[in-house]
Design a binder for this molecule. Sequence first.
Ligand SMILES: [Zn+2]
Length: 157
Amino acid sequence: MNKKREPHVRLGGGTSAPYPIATSPAASRVMRGNTRRDTRPEIALRRALFGQGLRFRVDYPIRLPSRVVRPDIVFVRARMAIFVDGCFWHGCPIHGTQPRHNSNYWLPKLARNRQRDLQTQTALQNEGWRVLRFWEHEEAQAAAAIVIGAIRSLARG
Ligand SMILES: [Zn+2]
């Protein structure tokens, strides 16, 4: 499995809007979740990889010319960066629903997230990094199998 994954981001423009008040407890949880690291899907993928004998770095800073990026999982020697993207924040085609409440705030914000995802991915690839992205809804064992396949295909040259 050495096929490069296409970035799942879509580009969009937008203007900024004032920070809204959460319209429901669920929205409030989602808003708080924005800054959290080590989400459950990330941890599940790390466990699956570790269980398969792979060793990697967590919270490893990759210094790019334009900025520092901290992917969710980094294989330093293989130069492989892995992201586990939240379905809401990164606009998953299945779960990335368009918020109806405060949409003048959310839509530009989500569009900016997707734009940043694409810029980050391009910046990493320009520096010779391979990038794999998974949705948080993807099953950890299946994602781990893709990562392991990619690492092995690198090892074979
Ligand atoms: Zn999803």
